[in-house]
Design a protein around this ligand. Structure first.
Ligand code: SF4
Length: 344
């Protein structure tokens, strides 16, 4: 990196949170060439502060992952799994609740590996957090399906608590087992489908979010067709589509069977059209729904953004106080959100 950017001001590692302020000060005073790649002291959580003026805050459960996906560069920065203890997370979340945060996002590169190296489990953590009294709700971050399948019953039991948004972010990446194997994703399409089916059976109004990479090296029409088939069958409510792009230093970036850019664009367009259809159809099922929503804040295109228990974006054309809960009726279903009016 020093060779690539010879006149750098400062290089900091992902663990350099303690020195960040000092380094910025020194750079502002004109210093250059500061290198601070600090070892992980495990102390990052004690610096946790939520954003001011918001009712949403993000608490990291763990860093790193157990994967070695052939396209991923995040692994180089985050490394092995490091989980915060249940006790320390319990303390931080209690502080967040006390400070008035109403939506608490529990995050990690893969929350499913929480506790892998400490012996504590994600289910135990969620049970402990569920017991914290207050008017807040949790949104659990992304987890890979194979890390959750062994304890899916207990996991869904705790996720059924009213304290948790019924939001499940489970990346699929491809509907073809050949491509998943090339990606070294370490789960099969069937594993993903099994996790999704279990969630939908136990929590019918759950929002399933997933990620798809189109045009991974070696992806042929048959592989892409399988992705289309899996998405049409399972109908996730949120699909984040990305076109494969090289990340320097990764195994996939050295592949010789890259997919042509125009093919990637075409597949991305086809999948986006399908997702728009699936999501519009699903959102229409919410028409006439009445129930409570949490007021989050001003929506980017006008009105007030709220979330119902399924984490659906509900927009109300009225100024409401963030943090309050109001009862609404859904009057229109759009592709990106539901429109509603207040009924209480
Ligand atoms: S894609 Fe996710 S699971 Fe795979 S190596 Fe990267 S961070 Fe880990």
């Amino acid at each position: 990196m020093q060779r690539a950017i010879p006149n750098y001001a400062a290089i900091l590692g992902p663990q350099s949170i303690e020195t960040l302020g000092l380094i910025v000060d020194r750079v502002m005073k004109g210093e250059r060439g500061l290198l601070h790649l600090e070892p992980d002291t495990g102390s990052k959580l004690q610096f946790f502060k939520g954003p001011p003026g918001s009712i949403v805050c993000t608490v990291p459960l763990c860093e790193g992952c157990l994967g070695s996906c052939t396209y991923c560069a995040v692994k180089f920065a985050r490394g092995k799994v490091k989980s915060y203890s249940i006790k320390s997370l319990h303390d931080v979340v209690r502080r967040c609740v006390h400070q008035g945060y109403r939506e608490i996002r529990l995050t990690g590169q893969d929350t499913g590996v929480y506790g892998h190296e400490t012996g504590e489990t994600l289910v135990e953590l969620l049970q402990a957090l569920d017991a914290i009294e207050g008017t807040h709700m949790f949104r659990l971050g992304m987890f890979n399906p194979h890390h959750i399948l062994a304890s899916i019953g207990e996991f869904l039991q705790v996720m059924s608590s009213p304290r948790f948004f019924k939001f499940f972010h489970i990346p699929l990446q491809s509907g073809s087992n050949n491509i998943l194997s090339e990606m070294e994703r370490r789960y099969s399409v069937e594993d993903w489908q099994s996790a999704v089916r279990s969630i939908q059976k136990k929590i019918p109004l759950a929002t399933i979010a997933t990620d798809i990479i189109v045009g991974f090296p070696g992806e042929i029409d048959e592989d892409f067709d399988k992705t289309i088939e899996v998405i049409s069958d399972s109908k996730p409510s949120v699909v984040n589509i990305s076109k494969y792009g090289d990340r320097p230093g990764t195994v996939a970036s050295r592949a010789r069977n890259k997919v042509n850019t125009s093919v990637k664009k075409d597949r991305s367009r086809q999948l986006s059209a399908l997702v728009a259809e699936v999501v519009t159809e699903q959102n229409a099922t919410w028409l006439g729904w009445t129930g409570p929503v949490l007021v989050v804040g001003a929506a980017s295109k006008g009105g007030t953004l709220c979330r119902n228990a399924s984490y659906k974006a509900v927009i109300i054309q009225k100024r409401l106080t963030p943090g309050n809960t109001v009862d609404v009726e859904v009057t229109m279903a759009h592709r990106t959100h539901l429109a509603a009016t207040v009924i209480s």
